[in-house]
Design a protein around this ligand. Sequence first.
Ligand code: ADP
Ligand code: ADP
Length: 218
Amino acid sequence: MTIFIVLLGPPGVGKGTQAKILSETTKLAHVSSGDLFRENLKNQTELGKLAKSYMDKGELVPDDVTISMIRDRIARPDCEAGAILDGFPRTPAQAEALEKMLSEFGSEVNAVPNITAAESVLVERTSGRWTCRESGHIYHQTFSPPKQAGICDVDASELYQRDDDKVETVTKRIRVYLDQTMPLVDYYRQAGKLVEIDGTQAVEQVTEKLVAALKSKN
Ligand code: ADP
Ligand code: ADP
């Protein structure tokens, strides 16, 4: 029995924050497509260089490379029991590819929390987001500040502001989300897998809602 959870929601709504908490409590792997691209960027791989040209513009990286990156990732042993997918799938083609690859493992997507918040909240959250250089831990200068400014509480690495968190790029990413990812809300609703989560509340309350919703789906 495996459990695959897809976290849907616009940029900055809190998917990464919630995925990390759920991954600790459920022991399921946290698979973040954005983190994987940023790791490739840091290591200067060909994939990283390709991804950067899209990420800087706030556009999606092409489906074929994204799908093959995720296929490799979920084939790793830490995903044997399942995973929390954060930022993937983001297009109908990715959702279909995910279904196919999971069925090869005799698995499926079990639940799809759709976390939502108004655009003003997304801009406020992304503009104050600080990310850890070493392993992507997430902070917010007002809502969840690190103990020491600019330093990650967990691994003491440097915190940085993502280039694509500039307001213009965030606005573009939200448009891309509405155009290309929103169709997945209906797709998973029709499959009976969607659960709506109000993302405007504090982190702990959103987690409570998520845990309750996931219990009702599994
Ligand atoms: P956020 O968590 O704020 O939504 P991500 O870290 O998930 O942002 O994504 C950052 C960027 O990485 C996206 O704007 C896009 O360029 C690229 N990216 C991440 N996931 C995908 C995906 N599933 N398909 C295509 N591009 C992706
Ligand atoms: P996403 O992965 O959806 O882009 P993140 O989890 O990276 O979103 O969160 C975006 C920013 O908002 C981060 O700075 C994070 O600390 C902050 N944040 C996340 N959830 C909440 C919340 N419920 N209330 C306030 N700030 C939050």
